[in-house]
Write a protein that binds this ligand. Structure first.
Ligand SMILES: [Zn+2]
Length: 257
């Protein structure tokens, strides 16, 4: 059973060959999110070399100003994918990107996803309430919230709407994120590494796609599950989301750690 990394930016790896080899070695599949057109094309090129990669098209809020005036030109890229991302809003690290540009781009993607019944992978940093409002406005039912670390009241409402949640490197370092995980219905839990520098940014030493194994272990520890059960739970959730026929795993019916 493979590990499924549900949010990573493979285009950021300096050594793509090494990255693909590591994925092969550790039996990893990845939802490889882009942040703009060049990163999407780079991700598509990688996906042509490995069936382990699911490339997704998105415009990250940091790139919104460049793309807001020419969204219609992106339509063929948007139409091509059944899974969209990374999209969203950022009011912590990318405040210099005008809100109106971020919201114009995010709105355009959300309207498309809602109309075509597609899942989208969403960044919420510092703009959690506004993201929730916009998801409600566009009546988005299929969303994957990536690396949420924000107000718990908003988190509860995201869970009420049945959105999947990815958990990553920060589990090891943040009580808040561990608390969020414990509140999350098991059938909505996914795992991610985000990018090659996320763990080092948090003060750790690891990098590389294999980090997903550590993340799954941290999920298991936080929930008091055996590691192989956590791995199966996350695999099943990802496959179900991607359209496979895996039923939800009832972790309460299996023994704990
Ligand atoms: Zn990301």
């Amino acid at each position: 059973m493979a590990y499924i990394d549900f949010h990573t930016h493979l285009h950021q790896y300096a050594d793509p060959d090494g990255c693909l080899a590591a994925m092969e070695r550790a039996d990893i599949m990845a939802v490889a999110c882009s942040v703009d057109v060049p990163s999407y094309l780079a991700t598509l090129a990688l996906a042509e070399r490995s069936r382990r990669i699911i490339p997704t098209f998105g415009i990250h809020p940091s790139r919104a100003t460049e793309y807001a005036p020419r969204l219609e030109g992106l339509l063929p890229l948007l139409e091509a994918g059944s899974l969209i991302g990374e999209i969203g809003l950022d009011q912590r690290w990318w405040r210099q990107v005008p809100k109106r540009d971020q919201e114009a781009v995010f709105s355009w993607f959300l309207a498309h996803c809602a109309a075509r019944d597609k899942y989208c992978v969403i960044h919420t940093k510092g703009a959690e309430r506004r993201v929730l409002e916009m998801l409600d406005y566009y009546k988005v039912t299929k969303a994957v919230i990536h690396w949420y670390h924000g107000p718990n009241s908003v988190y509860r409402r995201l869970l009420d709407r049945g959105y999947y949640q990815t958990f990553g490197c920060e589990l090891r370092y943040s009580w808040t994120v561990r608390r969020q995980l414990r509140q999350t219905p098991p059938e909505l839990i996914l795992a991610e590494t985000d990018n090659p520098t996320a763990e080092k940014w948090l003060g750790g030493r690891l990098d590389g796609p294999e980090l997903i194994g550590r993340v799954v272990l941290d999920i298991a520890r936080t929930l008091g599950l055996r590691p192989e059960l956590a791995r199966l739970l996350i695999f099943g959730n990802a496959i179900r989301l991607l359209g496979g026929g895996m039923p939800a795993l009832d972790v309460t019916k299996t023994s704990g750690a």
